[in-house]
Design a protein around this ligand. Structure first.
Ligand code: GLU
Length: 449
């Protein structure tokens, strides 16, 4: 990867020192800074006004104890986080992740990415992220509820529709948002719909929010294809993961005429040459909360399960990593390039390692970074906030049309910005620079706060 502009190098070193051991956060900062060289060369006011240094320092970081009783009556203790990163464009906005790997460095990488992603949507939302090292795997519904209630018993004092608006991420879906919202409502005695997004349709949620991240990623790829006169028709696609993002990415690929031939979970991957049977996958993953093996078993001989190997060995035209950070290594990237893959779009946050991104760039693979390609989720959260603020609810088709339009605009803005800064076709540069400039201008206007 190219070295950093001198002023940016100093900022990066300071980030490393002030945030020791937070490797994912360093990685996310470095990735953005590599794109900003031409920006500070053209606009020294961003570097001189300490805008970038301020962007790297969260406005507020909250860490708290989350005590709860498991079903056997034993006391359990987890750690909760909310990093309120930047509110220049609107209330802090971003999901909550419940996963045993969560620590401050993960929450900060996600929160940092969220600032630029949210800026790119063009909507009035700042950036934040939160979560816990709680592992929902194998926990009963009652345990999940007690955990969520305890988590909210601390979090409620820090959030609000004009302050900070959490949503879901890995391990947090509509069930968890329900328990969190119920506890918020009980403590505050307010039906404040706009305090959380990803709500159920009967209690303030928006149509298309569940589908939005996966659909949005596929809409973004559709724009990439369109820009070279192609479409999804006849394309073979590999999707990693089998959670909410993956499921709705698969659904939209199939609707647009492509075929998803493999998907995965942490235990392995399943290959289904006729195309993943989405109804079955939804039943296994959403209703039974089962494993990918259960899918393959139910499909009989039609699907093959492979454990202990990478899903990226399956040949494809388009790869959509929709699982988690750093899941695509340099070796995986090489396999994809050698099998003829032409487009990679990140449905997850930072799933490609810096080495993988470098290989894609060198090989001419069109690469769409998560902060652009997966922005449809949070964009639809902002649409949910709009509906809540006006006590309105829109129908599915209108909401989906708005999502498609937002993704088209993000795509075009990335390309136009990449052109303007002398890097035509580079979606990474376009996303980082366009996302940065909108926040940076707002920060300059709001003064040193
Ligand atoms: N967690 C999602 C993301 O990474 C959605 C956040 C939201 O809807 O606020 O963008």
């Amino acid at each position: 990867m190219a070295g950093l502009h001198e002023k940016l190098q100093a900022i990066y070193e300071e980030v490393g020192q002030r945030n020791a051991g937070e490797q994912e956060f360093h990685q996310a900062v470095y990735e953005v800074l590599t794109s900003l060289g031409p920006v500070v060369a053209k606009h020294p006011e961003y570097a001189d006004g300490a805008i970038i240094r301020r962007l790297c320092e969260p406005e507020r970081q909250i860490i708290f104890r989350v005590p709860w009783h498991d079903d056997s009556g034993a006391a359990q203790i987890n750690r909760g986080f909310r990093v309120e990163f930047n509110s220049a464009l609107g209330p802090f906005k971003g999901g909550l992740r419940f996963h045993p790997s969560v620590y401050l460095g993960i929450v900060k990488f996600l929160g940092f990415e969220q600032i630029f992603k949210n800026s790119l949507t063009g909507l009035p939302i700042g950036g934040g992220k939160g979560g816990s090292d709680f592992d929902p795997k194998g926990r009963s519904d009652a345990e999940i509820m007690r955990f969520c209630q305890s988590f909210m018993t601390e979090l409620y004092r820090h959030i609000g529709e004009y302050t900070d608006v959490p949503a879901g991420d890995i391990g947090v879906g509509m069930r968890e948002i329900g328990y969190l919202f119920g506890q918020y409502k009980r403590i505050t005695n307010r039906y404040e719909s706009g305090v959380l997004t990803g709500k159920g349709l009967t209690w303030g949620g928006s149509q298309v929010r569940t589908e939005a991240t996966g659909y949005g990623t596929v809409f973004f790829v559709d724009e990439i294809l369109r820009s070279s006169g192609q479409s999804f028709e006849g394309k073979q696609v590999v999707v990693s993961g089998s959670g909410n993002v993956a499921i709705y990415a698969i659904e939209k690929v199939h609707a647009l005429g492509g075929t998803v031939v493999a998907c995965s979970d942490s235990g392995g991957y399943v290959r289904d040459e006729k195309g993943i049977d989405l109804d079955l996958l939804k039943e296994v993953k959403e209703l039974r909360r089962g494993r990918i093996e259960d899918y393959a078993e139910a499909r009989g001989g039609a699907a093959e399960v492979v454990t202990g190997r990478s899903v990226w060995e399956v040949p494809c035209d388009i790869a959509l990593p929709c699982a988690t950070q750093n899941e695509v290594s340099g070796t995986d990237a090489t396999m994809l390039i050698n099998s003829g893959c032409q487009i990679v779009a990140e449905g997850a946050n930072m799933p490609c390692t810096p080495e993988a991104v470098k290989f894609f760039e060198e090989a001419g693979v069109r690469f769409a970074p998560g902060k652009a390609a997966n922005a449809g989720g949070v964009a639809t959260s902002a649409l949910e906030m709009q509906q809540n603020a006006s006590r309105d609810s829109w129908n599915f088709d209108d909401t989906e049309a708005r999502l498609a339009e937002i993704m088209r605009r993000i795509h075009d803005r990335c390309l136009a910005t990449a052109d303007e800064y002398g890097q035509p076709g580079n979606y990474v540069a376009g996303a980082n620079i366009a996302g940065f400039i909108r926040v940076a201008d707002a920060m300059l206007a709001l003064g040193l706060v």
